[in-house]
Write a protein that binds this ligand. Structure first.
Ligand code: FAD
Length: 453
């Protein structure tokens, strides 16, 4: 610990997933810690990311539940009506509750909170609300911000930030983008009854995911009524009365209520004063750090979305845990980015961990692939043709399961458990030796015997 010739041992900029965890853990280990937040406690995840998104996904999922309930004997006499303003008001109340929890967590761990924009003045000085504070170390945990490409009329479009606060749902929407945020919002809008057009400039969305998983999801989304336009982009946006007119690169014109861009995120370095330091920034705008999250300015560290390694909340939190234990407990800074499980909260949901078939083939050469595609039991009485899809990728030489993918109900919940097995190095023989839980969809993961290829 420092001899306290600085005001603080650690000054954290940004009270999001990574910043809050690093601040709390460092304080717990005895450091004198301050944190600055300019907008909302809990950062992107709590306010305009994971949490409100999942609440909206829950809301959207009811529509298919209502329609399949008849087969189970339910008679819903009037067609259910949805109130978007009610959903948003309830969501906002829940987020305020979480903001309060974050405030208490920081208070209770002795972290001093400054509400305002923090600017770095030099390698050991931060300014907030007109006052300057010195710190032995500074942590940049300022997250990311949505990126919208430069097209004529871009100011007429919204991003996910605004989508969470729309006053009313439009009748028709275009979501632009091919990443998980675009796919999830397309599912949300479609589930809530909005005519939804998902536009992506590439041939298939969810680049980096297993190819078949991408195909299966595209098929199921189309069946649920989402209009998928691949190899398509917006050239320009214009006002048309109360609506917007989107001119597409194929010449088509779509009159639409809203356009939401989910075309990637950029590290947030706004007003940070990075130019007052030796901190190196890469060509994509992310802060360059070594394995100890140290920037090229030795007293300044960075983690989370601003370093753009794996922009997910649990990763930012794990990075924060690793850094605080390293700085204030003398532990080696260990961050393992292998086999990070993840979900896409689309309808149906994707859960995935490890390598896609394509990545595994490239890495191991010889692999064995096991697949299963079936109509889930709930569909028998509920109606509908939706298929659940599961896939295991095995390194043939070692028999280790190196990839596990699912498209179907509760895929995120199911794959989280399997991720432990995969992280622990489970072999296909271990999967085969595991008894299934019957009747579940998940049991299929331990009963796939015949390789597909
Ligand atoms: P953030 O959580 O973004 O926090 C950064 C904070 O720094 C912000 O509060 C910001 O106001 C503050 N700040 C910035 N500059 C300054 C400054 N100069 N002074 C003071 N404060 C400043 N991840 C998942 O794991 N699962 C999901 O389902 C998921 N869904 C998502 C859905 C959406 C729509 C989005 C946008 C993201 C989603 N993410 C999800 C990603 C996740 O939110 C981020 O990976 C995570 O929040 C990153 O944490 P962070 O600490 O790096 O930054």
């Amino acid at each position: 610990m420092s001899d306290r010739k600085f005001d603080y041992d650690l000054f954290v900029i940004g009270a999001g997933s990574g910043g809050v965890r690093t601040a709390r853990m460092s304080a717990k280990y005895g450091a004198k810690v301050a944190i600055a937040e300019q907008q909302y406690l809990g950062g992107t995840c709590v306010n305009v990311g994971c949490v409100p998104k999942k609440l909206l996904v829950y809301a959207a999922e009811f529509s298919s539940e209502f329609s399949s309930s008849a087969g189970f004997g339910w008679n819903i006499e009037q067609s259910p009506k949805h109130s978007w303003p009610q959903l948003i008001a309830n969501k906002n109340t829940e987020i305020e509750r979480l903001n309060g929890i974050y405030r208490n967590l920081l208070n209770n761990s002795g972290v001093e909170l400054f509400e305002g924009t923090a600017t770095i003045i030099d390698a050991n000085t931060v300014s907030v609300n007109g006052s300057e504070y010195s710190a032995e170390r500074i942590l940049i945990a300022t997250g990311g911000k949505p990126f919208v490409p430069d097209i004529p009329g871009k100011e007429l479009a919204i991003t996910s930030n605004e989508a969470f606060y729309l006053e009313q749902l439009p009748e028709k929407i275009i979501v632009v983008g091919g990443g998980y945020i675009a796919v999830e919002f397309a599912g949300i809008f479609n589930g809530l009854g909005v005519e939804t057009h998902l536009l992506y400039r590439g041939p298939k969305f969810l680049r980096g995911f297993d190819d078949e998983v991408r195909d299966v999801l595209a098929h199921e989304m189309k069946s649920r009524g989402v209009h998928l336009h691949f190899n398509t982009d917006i050239q320009s946006l214009n006002k048309q009365g109360d609506n917007l007119l989107a001119t597409l690169n194929n010449g088509e014109k779509l009159e639409i209520g809203q356009v939401m861009y989910a075309t990637g995120r950029k590290p947030n370095l706004d007003n940070l004063g990075i130019e007052n330091t030796q901190v190196e920034v890469s060509s994509n705008g992310s802060i360059v750090v070594n394995d100890q999250f140290q920037t090229s300015e030795p007293s300044i560290f960075a983690l989370g979305d601003v370093i753009d390694r794996v922009p997910l909340t649990p990763v930012a939190i794990a990075e924060g845990m690793a850094l605080s234990a390293h700085l204030y407990q003398g532990k080696p800074c260990k961050m393992d980015y292998d086999a990070i499980p993840t979900a896409v909260f689309s309808q149906p949901c994707i859960g995935t961990v490890g390598l896609s078939e394509e990545q595994a083939r490239e890495k191991f050469g010889e692999i064995t692939v096991f697949k299963s595609q079936f109509r889930a039991m709930k569909q028998t009485l509920g109606g509908g043709d939706e298929k659940t899809f599961m896939k295991l990728i095995v390194d043939t030489a070692s028999d280790k399961v190196v990839g596990c993918h699912m498209v179907g109900e509760h895929a995120g919940e199911i794959v989280q458990g399997l991720a432990i097995a995969i992280k622990a190095g489970a072999t296909k023989a271990d999967f085969d030796a595991t008894i299934g839980i019957h009747p579940t969809a998940a049991e299929e993961f331990v009963t796939m015997r015949e390789p597909a290829s």
